[in-house]
Design a protein around this ligand. Structure first.
Ligand code: DGL
Length: 266
């Protein structure tokens, strides 16, 4: 068993720019951490992939992070957390944080009875959100809805296009028919759409799980005595499996990259 080192990097992965919504929150809480981000843009959207496909991508990505000596890996992706976390946990010695399982307890404590969940097709069909939340509390009614175009809209950086706005509005109206008290943005790409969503419903109706997720990770790293205590300037490395310049452009809405990410294919 290898010993995890405080100054080792934290790896993040997602199908594309979505995971940056988590990275941003974690950097706000832990600015001193060295990070490595992998956006698997060659395989986006994950929400339409099979479990077998997701597992094979994730195994390659975890091996990459192991090669970089990461002390922790953040599954900044609801889809992989929902479908394959149980298959990959324990493969390596580093800490592995799945988003859905890490935030379910906080969501279960919300003083509400009707919760909407916007997520990818795969996440909704896995029932991961209801299953995880109901472990803590059974009386919350959960209305899941997938939005097939939203990840594509974010990746293509076409959030403000009239067709995109219409799509966002139509999906929101359909969800509002359930009278949810709050709506979880259960895909890490969806916080990019908050500006549009909050034109048609109060902003505080939407919950970005990244906020509680980042706190969960900080608390756990603190408890495990794994925070970076070094004084060197923290490093950031970004990698993608396709379209580096489009990634940088789409990311800019949430996270400004100094340079294009490095293209790396497994
Ligand atoms: N952002 C990811 C998620 O949270 C994946 C979205 C996708 O590629 O379909 O589910």
């Amino acid at each position: 068993m290898s010993i995890l080192k405080n100054n080792s990097p934290i790896g993040f992965f997602d199908s594309g720019v979505g995971g940056l919504t988590v990275l941003k929150r974690l950097k706000e809480l832990l600015p001193n951490e060295n990070i490595i981000f992998y956006g698997d843009s060659a395989h986006v959207p994950y929400g339409e992939k099979t479990e077998e496909e997701l597992l094979s991508y994730a195994k390659n990505i975890l091996a990459f992070f192991a090669g970089k000596d990461c002390k922790a890996v953040v599954m900044a992706c609801n889809t992989t957390s929902s479908l394959i976390y149980n298959d990959i946990k324990g493969l390596y010695d580093f800490k592995l944080y799945p988003v859905v399982q890490s935030v379910a307890q906080v969501i279960a404590q919300l003083p509400i009875k009707r919760l909407g969940v916007f997520a990818t097709k795969a996440t909704i069909e896995s029932n991961a959100y209801p299953n995880e939340i109901h472990k803590y509390r059974e009386d919350m009614q959960i209305f899941g809805q997938y939005c097939p175009n939203w990840v594509k809209i974010v990746e293509a950086n076409t959030v403000e296009n009239p067709e995109s706005v219409l799509d966002i509005k139509d999906n929101l109206n359909k969800m509002l028919e359930n009278n949810p008290e709050k709506i979880i943005l259960g895909c890490t790409h969806y916080p990019y759409l908050l500006g549009i969503l909050s034109k048609y419903a109060p902003e505080d109706m939407f919950i970005d799980p990244s906020i509680s997720f980042a706190k969960f990770i900080k608390d756990d790293l603190t408890e495990c005595n794994l925070l970076n205590k070094g004084n060197d300037l923290p490093t950031e490395e970004f990698y993608v499996s396709a379209s580096p310049s489009l990634f940088k452009e789409a990311a800019a809405r949430f996270y400004k990259l100094k340079e294009n990410p490095i293209l790396i294919e497994f």
